[in-house]
Write a protein that binds this ligand. Structure first.
Ligand SMILES: *Cc1c(COP(=O)(O)O)cnc(C)c1O
Length: 367
């Protein structure tokens, strides 16, 4: 007799669909044997990362047999200086996804609820369901978070509200005044997780800086990452900044060594190279302009984005276009799982990568 392990999983896990990451370059290479492949699927930094990172990692290699500093002293201090907060206000994570999961595990459980937006970052519904909490998904407005409706959707048992600003995969964003106004309407005992994964890119468009609101809102947790503008997605390191009281609670369940030693030295080095971040921003603005001009020329509608990606309305079932682009050697991201069947999300690449994508799009659209 075989055991049905599915019924043994927790109710939250039983109905869960796993996260679908962007297709790795090597996988497409194995499948199609293509030589030229351009990946614009995971909002990675096309410039790579600062050269200071490789030096720092090399210096740390002799210590690989040692456990990392579980308290993250060096990185927390570097971040505290960078963010002008106290080290006790920081939670380090194995990617910011880890921090989001830890916040959910700390404050959510069966009998409690979390509020997030339709088309919001998919990690929020996944972790809410995994911990057995109830999801309150608020309809988006023109693809963006409807902050008024989100504040109004908060119920008695709501413990967390997730706001991605800018949001992935829509790229939509709200300015500082709108975020501030939203926070002033959220009850003081409901925690707002403000996910600013694209903070370094969104300033130009007028995105928020949650750190400046921490003093006024003790229920605010600002989440940021080294995976995007800092170009360290492969190392997995992210963090949050909040009141020290919230950080202390979350740290009770954090794995003692959740961030590895190479990730921590890399993040410290990356913080020191703000010129690299500025170059990344510049390349992104130029690439965004190039891409949207090309999309317009192809007659495609897109959602204006403050991130390093743009979601494009393919006007038809985007999954088919996705597969046709794969055959040409371009990996983008289908976002049907976000309730966006007609859209493809395209990350901004280097000029020649963007040009190749546009060329392939033109080819598959006219075929
Ligand atoms: C990419 C992304 C993250 C972070 O990912 P990590 O690599 O886990 O730091 C968090 N939130 C949003 C909205 C993202 O797009």
């Amino acid at each position: 007799m075989s055991v049905d392990f599915n019924v043994l999983a927790t109710p939250g896990i039983q109905g869960l669909q796993p996260y679908q990451p962007g297709k790795p370059i090597e996988e497409l290479q194995r499948e199609l044997g293509l030589t030229k492949i351009v990946k614009l699927a995971s909002n990675e930094n096309p410039l790579g990362c600062s050269p200071l990172v490789a030096e720092a990692i090399n210096r740390a290699l002799p210590q690989l047999a040692r456990y990392p500093d579980g308290g993250g002293f060096e990185l927390k201090n570097a971040l505290a200086r960078h963010c002008q907060v106290a080290p006790e206000q920081i939670i380090l994570g194995n990617g910011s996804n880890d921090v989001i999961d830890l916040l959910a595990m700390t404050f959510l459980a069966p009998g409690r609820s979390a509020v997030f937006s339709e088309h919001g970052f998919i990690v929020y519904p996944i972790i809410t369901q995994a911990v057995g909490a109830r999801a309150i998904q608020v309809p988006a407005q023109h693809w963006a978070h409807d902050l008024d409706a989100m504040a109004a959707a908060i119920e008695e048992d709501t413990r967390l509200v997730f706001v991605a600003n800018p949001n992935n995969p829509t790229g939509t964003w709200h300015g500082q005044a709108a975020i501030e106004d939203f926070l002033s309407r959220v009850p003081a005992e409901v925690i707002v997780v403000l996910d600013e994964a694209y903070f370094e890119y969104s300033g130009e468009a007028g995105g928020s800086d949650g750190l400046r609101l921490l003093g006024r809102f003790p229920n605010l947790v600002v989440v940021r990452t080294f995976s995007k503008a800092y170009g360290l997605a492969g190392l997995r390191v992210g963090y949050s900044v909040s009141g020290a009281d919230i950080a202390e609670l979350v740290n009770r369940i954090r794995e003692p060594f959740n961030v590895n030693s190479l990730a921590m030295v890399a993040a410290v080095a990356a913080l020191q190279d703000q010129d690299f971040v500025q170059r990344s921003r510049d390349i992104n603005s130029e690439g965004m302009a190039q891409l949207v001009a090309g999309l317009q020329a192809l007659g495609l509608e897109y959602i204006p984005s403050a991130g390093n990606f743009v979601s494009v309305d393919m006007g038809t079932d985007a999954a088919t276009m996705y597969r046709k682009l794969l055959a040409e050697g371009v990996i983008v991201r289908p976002i049907g799982a976000y309730g966006m069947q007609r859209h493809l999300r395209i990350s901004i690449g280097l000029a020649d990568e963007n040009a190749f994508l546009l060329e392939c799009l033109h080819k598959v659209m006219s075929a």
